[in-house]
Design a protein around this ligand. Structure first.
Ligand code: SF4
Length: 225
């Protein structure tokens, strides 16, 4: 049966290497190949989620690792964290146009900035996993598209131009990469998603990239060219 539910990792993986896509999503060899600090990311996300829900994080911080404490000390007074919170850890399933294909994912946090009249999708990045090239990355495309399409479920109404996505890097200092949204991008992104899905569905031989694009890949030993 053809897959019809996609995450940003499906599309990013497809774009990086068809062979990797094959092992991961066709053969479903879900082998761990994360070479960053997974625990730091998880613990930090939990801490921020707790804070944004209005809880006191002092107890969590007492038991937190030094890395989590460092990340927290960098972000806690940053203006980004003190805008109006709309949702934290918002899970979505969003249909792509009127097709039978769906996008799924979980957004770290959504804020509203009344001064700018903007909704902001925030994505916390604690490690090296900040997309080097923003444009081809599918995370912001899927999140912008899904949140805009799901706005009425949250009793919100706004124009596409009032929405933006921020990759918020919290490494040595806080730095923010902002991507705007528009009605044209809504159409463009849906077209991108559907094109890739069509390519995936029409592919018989998933050929690995001639020149391996990744330093770490769990499927290296299986890789054929
Ligand atoms: S080792 Fe490299 S070329 Fe082979 S599947 Fe992984 S990413 Fe693709």
């Amino acid at each position: 049966m053809q897959e019809n539910i996609f995450t940003h990792d499906h599309f990013n993986t497809w774009q990086v290497c068809k062979g990797r896509y094959y092992f991961k999503y066709i053969k479903k060899l879900n082998w761990p190949d994360f070479d960053g600090d997974y625990e730091l990311g998880q613990n930090f996300h939990a801490l921020i989620d707790y804070f944004l829900r209005g809880f006191n994080v002092d107890n969590l911080l007492q038991d937190a690792s030094e890395e989590v404490k460092d990340c927290w000390s960098r972000i806690k007074d940053h203006p980004v964290l003190h805008k109006k919170i709309i949702k934290t850890e918002w899970g979505f399933n969003s249909r792509i146009e009127n097709t039978d294909n769906w996008l799924t994912g979980r957004i770290d946090a959504i804020f509203y900035d009344p001064g700018e009249s903007k909704y902001i999708i925030a994505d916390w990045k604690t490690g090296k996993y900040i997309p080097k090239k923003i444009d081809p990355n599918f995370q912001h495309k899927i999140y912008l598209y899904a949140f805009y399409r799901g706005r009425k479920d949250l009793n919100l109404d706004f124009k596409p131009g009032q929405l933006e996505f921020q990759y918020i890097k919290i490494q040595d200092e806080v730095s923010i990469n902002t991507i705007s949204f528009s009605a044209d991008k809504e159409t463009e992104f849906a077209g991108n998603f559907l094109n890739i899905i069509e390519n995936i569905n029409n592919t018989e031989h998933f050929r690995s990239s001639d020149c391996c694009p990744l330093k770490h890949c769990a499927y290296k030993n299986l890789c054929f060219k």
